[in-house]
Design a protein around this ligand. Sequence first.
Ligand SMILES: O=C(CO)COP(=O)(O)O
Length: 165
Amino acid sequence: MQLTTRIMPQSKRIALVAHDPCKPDLLNWAVDNQMALSNHIIYATGTTGNLLQTHTRLSVLALMSGSIGGDQQLGYLIASGQIDVLIFFWDPLSAVPHHSDVKALMRLATAWNIPIASNACSANFLIHSSLFEQALEITVPDGDAFLSSRVSHVTQHGVNTQQLL
Ligand SMILES: O=C(CO)COP(=O)(O)O
């Protein structure tokens, strides 16, 4: 895949998400790191975001609840370069009905080369990294080049575009 770069700003756009059994852990982590988080822009899925608004002094942009679209809203924001860090405390011990949305969110975060933390320890490593407080250039997929190469591949490999009309 062809790649390009984008600048991750000094003030990061951070997505905070937690499955229900992990919400207390995420809330405790957010309270412990409130000072550091307040320098950044916080997004969250709906329930997680409302709990963060109640239990911290952080300003939080709460999206839809994860299971009815919030995970996918975050996926869109990641793919459009509007989220820089994903902190997602997902539950390794129980299945959720919206597993496909969770998988898609993790997949897009990986594809778009943003850091992901899945528990308090990895979130601590992330937030205490010197990179966290500085602007940096990251490599990302080149969406326009990807689309052009897909169109020419499909055209060259015998798809009868007349049938598509
Ligand atoms: O389900 C979630 C992530 O998959 C989280 O959504 P809520 O924050 O609305 O509970």
